[in-house]
Ligand binder design. Sequence first.
Ligand SMILES: *[C@@H]1O[C@H](CO)[C@@H](O)[C@H](O)[C@H]1NC(C)=O
Ligand SMILES: *[C@@H]1O[C@H](CO)[C@@H](O)[C@H](O)[C@H]1NC(C)=O
Ligand SMILES: *[C@@H]1O[C@H](CO)[C@@H](O)[C@H](O)[C@H]1NC(C)=O
Ligand SMILES: *[C@@H]1O[C@H](CO)[C@@H](O)[C@H](O)[C@H]1NC(C)=O
Ligand SMILES: *[C@@H]1O[C@H](CO)[C@@H](O)[C@H](O)[C@H]1NC(C)=O
Ligand SMILES: *[C@@H]1O[C@H](CO)[C@@H](O)[C@H](O)[C@H]1NC(C)=O
Ligand SMILES: *[C@@H]1O[C@H](CO)[C@@H](O)[C@H](O)[C@H]1NC(C)=O
Length: 362
Amino acid sequence: MSSLPYSSWPLILLLALWCMVARESNGASNNVKVGSISKVEDAENFHIYYGQTFKVIKNAIDGKSYLLIQNTSRMAVRTKYCTSRIKSYVIPLLNYSLDTQSSQGGVPVSFFELLGLLGSLKGITSDAVASPCLLKLCEAGEVVKIDKGEQQGQVLSQFAAHFISDTDQPQTCNFANFFPLSEGTPLQRAEWIKFLGAFTNLETKANQVYDAVKASYTCLSQMAANKTKSFKPIVAWMGYDQNGYMWSFTKDSHKLKFVEDAGGENIDKSINKVSYNVSDPDDLEALHAILCTVDAVIDETLSSDPQNYTQTTFLGNINVDDNSCFAFLANQSIWRYDKRVRNGTTLGKKVLKHCLFYVDLR
Ligand SMILES: *[C@@H]1O[C@H](CO)[C@@H](O)[C@H](O)[C@H]1NC(C)=O
Ligand SMILES: *[C@@H]1O[C@H](CO)[C@@H](O)[C@H](O)[C@H]1NC(C)=O
Ligand SMILES: *[C@@H]1O[C@H](CO)[C@@H](O)[C@H](O)[C@H]1NC(C)=O
Ligand SMILES: *[C@@H]1O[C@H](CO)[C@@H](O)[C@H](O)[C@H]1NC(C)=O
Ligand SMILES: *[C@@H]1O[C@H](CO)[C@@H](O)[C@H](O)[C@H]1NC(C)=O
Ligand SMILES: *[C@@H]1O[C@H](CO)[C@@H](O)[C@H](O)[C@H]1NC(C)=O
Ligand SMILES: *[C@@H]1O[C@H](CO)[C@@H](O)[C@H](O)[C@H]1NC(C)=O
């Protein structure tokens, strides 16, 4: 049995798929023991179901079922699905490639690092990545950069899987939509490590990582919740767009949730205007007034020279002469987006006060 046309399958597709696979695998003598399984508790955009010699990931990102067939199953050599509803992959993946270049930031590499999977990574689409380990592999030629162009699709189709986060591109059969950033809360994003664990039979490890992240997140947010202060610190999470002279307060749900879970209060609650043009005097005055009411600022302005982005740069960007009313300056509570940048240095050395923490696994 090879590729069959299933375009007319009814909605009970998954059930039908299970039946077929069950029939297929009854004959397989060499059943793989899946020692551990993952259960998706928090994430909303994928689910995993387990059979004897296969797994099914229901992926809400592309609406497809990914049939992951164990390499020891007879089905592995005989079956290949690539329809509008099902894709199949032979697991554990022998090799894979990553789309590290996309409008949405590319596939987050840290998930793969945490599972120890960089050894079978063979290709990336951009080397603008933070991971020092991945950069080393690139230098050594272990991982190749596959540039956009006519050949790209053909080269990428040779890998057992190509993970992408930008769903707007043409996809071949081996493409897998791995999109943690589609989720609305930090923990939901982190749980996508289980998605990768399923592709590599590393469920045990993936569960450990997620359980540790969740335990730590939950503990910190409980500590923050237990603080019985009469006022919560007001936090402005904002960024500046140099081209349009615009400052905007974040609307991203996972960032707002971070602030709340960390025991802060979002400025968003009280202010309905989101963007301020600093070259408009009225906007500037309004922005200035708002900033005088906040206790902490998280500045995630993109910078071409992140190491050089200091408090002075921030003040230059908000374009005010008199900053004496800014409590967050007196308290040293201006924080930069705390994640790895290309050279492997962190932007904000400051440990976030008030239990603010960041679990974005990028
Ligand atoms: C299946 O994958 C495992 C792990 O990569 C490998 O050791 C084994 O040789 C593979 N078996 C087959 C039949 O391909
Ligand atoms: C990747 O693995 C596939 C089997 O899944 C194999 O056919 C292919 O040659 C491998 N490609 C590289 C670059 O190792
Ligand atoms: C928070 O308070 C609850 C109830 O008072 C207590 O059981 C829990 O241990 C506290 N958690 C932390 C992390 O302090
Ligand atoms: C902000 O104002 C300046 C000057 O009026 C203008 O050039 C710029 O386009 C405005 N930015 C946006 C995003 O509208
Ligand atoms: C800022 O510092 C002042 C004076 O040290 C203090 O009273 C206030 O509570 C601090 N605010 C925050 C949010 O830490
Ligand atoms: C970084 O800042 C220093 C001091 O302001 C300046 O001399 C230097 O040119 C800046 N570096 C870059 C690459 O802009
Ligand atoms: C960052 O890396 C680039 C090239 O790898 C190097 O030229 C540059 O000096 C580094 N910058 C810093 C601040 O280390």
